[in-house]
Design a protein around this ligand. Structure first.
Ligand code: ADP
Ligand code: MG
Length: 610
C-alpha cells in the first residue's frame, strides 16, 4: 500500500514538472507521458488485467484503461493522466470515510462484550472482561449467555445454540468434558466452562476482529443498484461504439479523432462507480453513524424498513422498566417460613440472568452444581432438581401447568413469583420495578415520527400491564404472554398491514418475538446475549428514547441515500448529453464520476455532524 502511494505521488510530481517545462514536441515527450500515466494508473491497469482473466470485460477498470489509453493515443496526455489521478483521489477519500466508520463499528462491537464471572482458586466469583480470561480459567455461563471463549464443559449439562456460528439451527446437547465453541449461546441452563483458548484466539474473538462490509445485510436498494449497473455498462459501451461509427455515414466532414474522443467521454460516463460505490457507501456510513450513537445495526436493509415503520411493540420488564427489580415482600404458605421460600427460590434462580433472578439472588451466588440440574422456561419460570428435591418457581400459570395446586390468592399490582417444592406450593415472592425515566409517554414522542400504534407485550399480570401502558401513553397492552404468545400477537398484527413493525425487547423471553418482527431491536447492555445476537439492531444503552432516535436516524439516512442516488444519476445524465454533443471532456466525465462519489461521502458525513 505504501509503495502504491509513493508511486502515485512521484508520478503526480513528475507530471507537474512536465507541465512546467514544455519540452520540444519529439518522441521523448511521449515516452515521459507514457511513464507518468503508467505509474499513476498502474493499479487500474493491474486490476483490468485480472478482470480480463476472469472474463469480466465491462468492469469499471477496463473502461478506465480504455479511456486512458485512448486519450493518450489522441495526444491528450494531461487528460489521460487525470483519469487515474482523479479516480485514485476519490478512492482515497472514500477509504478514509469507510475506515472511520469501520472503526466506530468495531469499537462498539468490542464494548458490547459483557464481563463474565470467573471462579477464582478459592471458589470466589470475580467479574472480568472476556479479554482477560486466561487458558484454564473457569467461568460461569448462565441461561441465555454467550460463551465468550472456546473451552470445555467442566460442570453442568444442557443445550447450546450454535446457529450464529455454523447456521445449524438445532441446538446441541453438551455435558461434562464436551468442547464448546465461543459465540455459541447457552440455551436454558448454566454451565461451568474451562477456557482452552484466550479471547483473541477464540472463534468469537476472531469473528469480532473482522468487520467487513460484505458481512452486512445488503438493502434491497443496494442489490437493485448492483443489478442495474451490470445492465447499464454494456448499454453505454454500445452507445460509445455507435457514437464512433454511426456519424461516419451521416456526418459530412467526419474526423475520426473527434468522434473517437466523444466516444471515450461516453465510455467514461458508463463507468458505474458513482452508484456502485455511492449507494453502499451511504449505507455503510449510516451504520458507522449509528455505531457512534452506540447503536449496532446489522445492515442497510433495516435502515430502509425502519424508515417506513408505523408500529412499535415493546416488552415490559427490563425494556420499559428499570430491570432493577427489588423484593417487596415474601409470603410463606403451608408451614414454610419466608426464609425457606426465599432460599429455595434462590437455588433455582441461580442459573438465570432474568432481572427477577438478579433481585432474588442478590449477593447469593450458588456455584456448587453437584447433584444440581435446572432449566429455565423463558417467560414462565424455572424447574430445578437438587439433592432429590424439585423446585418450581415462576408465574402462577406456570405452576398450574406443572400440576401444582396453586391457591386462589388475589392478584397484586406487583410482579409475582410463585414457589413450589416437591409438588407443593410453599409461598410467593412479590417484587416491583420502576419505570425508566425515558419510558414516560414515549408513545407520544413516537407518534411524532408517524408511528400509528405503540403497544406493550408482557408476561406479567394484566393489572401491571395496564398501569405501565398508561404511563408510556401506549395504545394497547397484551398481558400474561409466554414468548411464543408474543410471536403470535406480532403475527396477527402483521397481517394486512402496510409499513412495518418493530419489536423492542431485552430478555431471553423476547428472542423469538425479536426474530419475528420486521425489525427486532434489543435494548440495553445487560440484555440477554441471545437477544442481542438475534436482534437486527442492538442498542447498547438501556434508554427507550434511543428507539425514537434510531427511527429518526434511519429516516435521515434513507433520505440521504435517495439524495445521493439522484445526485449520482443526475450528474451522469448531464455529462452524457454534453458528451454526445461534443461539449464534455474526458476529465469532466471522470470528475463527474468521482465528484459524485465525493459529494456522496460529504453528504453522508453531513449526517455525522447532525
Ligand atoms: P416481560 O414479558 O414483561 O419481560 P417475563 O416474560 O420475563 O416478563 O416474565 C413474566 C412472568 O413470568 C414474571 O412475572 C414471572 O412471574 C414469570 N417468570 C419469568 N421468568 C422467571 C424467572 N426466571 N423466575 C421466576 N419467575 C419468572
Ligand atoms: Mg423483558
Amino acid at each position: 500500500m505504501k509503495l502504491n502511494k509513493l508511486i502515485f505521488i512521484s508520478a503526480i510530481l513528475l507530471s507537474f514538472v512536465k507541465m512546467l517545462y514544455q519540452f520540444e514536441s519529439d518522441k521523448s515527450v511521449d515516452i515521459i507521458w507514457a511513464a507518468i500515466i503508467f505509474l499513476v494508473g498502474h493499479n487500474i491497469f493491474i486490476k483490468t488485467i485480472s478482470d480480463f482473466k476472469k472474463k469480466e470485460f465491462f468492469s469499471e477498470f477496463s473502461l478506465m484503461s480504455i479511456a486512458t489509453v485512448g486519450a493518450f493515443i489522441l495526444g491528450e496526455y494531461i487528460e489521460a493522466a487525470l483519469i487515474p489521478i482523479i479516480y485514485n483521489l476519490g478512492e482515497l477519500s472514500q477509504s478514509y470515510a469507510v475506515k472511520k466508520a469501520k472503526k466506530d463499528i468495531q469499537n462498539l462491537k468490542q464494548s458490547k462484550l459483557k464481563e463474565v464471572e470467573r471462579i477464582d482458586e478459592d471458589g470466589k466469583l470475580l467479574l472480568v472482561s472476556p479479554l482477560k480470561i486466561e487458558i484454564n480459567d473457569r467461568i460461569i455461563i448462565k441461561s441465555g449467555d454467550l460463551i465468550p471463549v472456546d473451552g470445555t464443559v467442566e460442570n453442568g449439562k444442557g443445550y447450546v445454540d450454535i446457529s450464529s456460528i455454523t447456521g445449524e439451527v438445532i441446538p446441541i446437547y453438551v455435558k461434562e468434558g464436551d468442547e464448546v465453541i465461543s459465540g455459541s449461546i447457552c440455551k436454558d441452563t448454566s454451565l461451568v466452562i474451562k477456557a482452552s483458548k484466550k479471547f483473541k484466539d477464540s472463534n468469537y474473538g476472531k469473528i469480532l476482529a473482522t468487520i467487513d462490509e460484505a458481512s452486512f445485510n445488503k438493502s434491497k436498494y443496494e442489490k437493485f443498484i448492483t443489478r442495474f449497473a451490470k445492465k447499464y455498462v454494456p448499454f453505454v459501451a454500445l452507445a460509445a461504439i455507435i457514437t464512433l461509427i454511426f456519424p461516419y455515414f451521416i456526418v459530412e466532414n467526419y474526423v475520426f479523432s473527434d468522434w473517437f474522443y466523444r466516444s471515450l467521454v461516453i465510455l467514461m460516463i458508463s463507468c458505474p462507480c458513482a452508484f456502485l460505490v455511492s449507494i453502499p457507501l451511504s449505507y455503510f456510513l449510516g451504520l458507522g453513524l449509528m455505531a457512534k450513537r452506540r447503536i449496532i445495526c446489522k445492515g442497510g436493509e433495516f435502515i430502509d424498513i425502519l424508515a417506513k415503520t408505523n408500529k412499535v411493540f415493546f416488552d415490559k420488564t427490563g425494556t420499559l422498566t428499570e430491570g432493577k427489580i427489588y423484593i417487596v415482600s415474601v409470603q410463606g404458605f403451608n408451614g414454610f417460613a419466608r426464609e425457606d421460600v426465599l432460599t429455595e427460590a434462590q437455588i433455582a434462580e441461580s442459573i438465570s440472568r432474568h432481572p427477577i433472578a438478579k433481585a432474588i439472588c442478590e449477593n447469593v451466588m450458588i456455584c456448587d452444581y453437584e447433584n444440581f440440574e435446572a432449566k429455565e422456561f423463558p417467560g414462565e419460570g424455572i424447574i430445578a432438581n437438587y439433592n432429590d428435591n424439585k423446585i418450581i418457581v415462576g408465574s402462577k400459570k406456570f405452576l398450574i401447568k406443572n400440576k401444582i395446586d396453586a391457591p386462589d390468592l388475589p392478584e397484586t399490582e406487583f410482579i409475582e413469583v410463585w414457589v413450589a417444592k416437591n409438588g407443593k406450593f410453599i409461598g410467593r415472592i412479590l417484587l416491583d420495578d420502576k419505570l425508566k425515566k425515558d419510558s414516560l409517554c414515549i408513545g407520544e414522542r413516537l407518534k411524532k415520527l408517524k408511528i400509528k400504534k405503540v403497544a406493550l407485550l408482557t408476561g406479567d399480570t394484566k393489572i401491571k400491564a395496564k398501569k405501565i401502558c398508561e404511563l408510556i401513553c401506549g395504545d394497547e397492552y397484551h398481558a400474561e404472554l409466554k414468548p411464543l404468545d408474543k410471536v403470535s400477537v406480532l403475527e396477527k398484527e402483521k397481517e394486512n398491514m402496510n409499513g412495518s413493525l418493530i419489536f423492542v425487547g431485552d430478555g431471553i423471553n423476547d428472542a423469538a418475538a425479536i426474530a419475528k418482527a420486521d425489525v427486532g431491536i434489543s435494548l440495553g447492555k445487560y440484555g440477554a446475549d441471545i437477544t442481542i445476537e438475534t436482534a437486527d439492531i442492538a442498542i447498547l444503552d438501556g434508554s427507550p428514547e434511543k428507539v425514537t432516535e434510531t427511527i429518526l436516524l434511519s429516516k435521515k439516512i434513507f433520505s440521504i441515500v435517495v439524495q445521493n442516488t439522484s445526485i449520482a444519476i443526475g450528474i451522469k445524465l448531464l455529462i452524457f448529453i454534453l458528451g454526445v454533443f461534443g461539449e464534455a471532456h474526458i476529465w469532466q466525465a471522470i470528475l463527474a464520476d468521482v465528484g459524485a462519489t465525493l459529494i456522496v461521502v460529504f453528504n453522508s458525513l453531513r449526517l455525522m455532524r447532525a
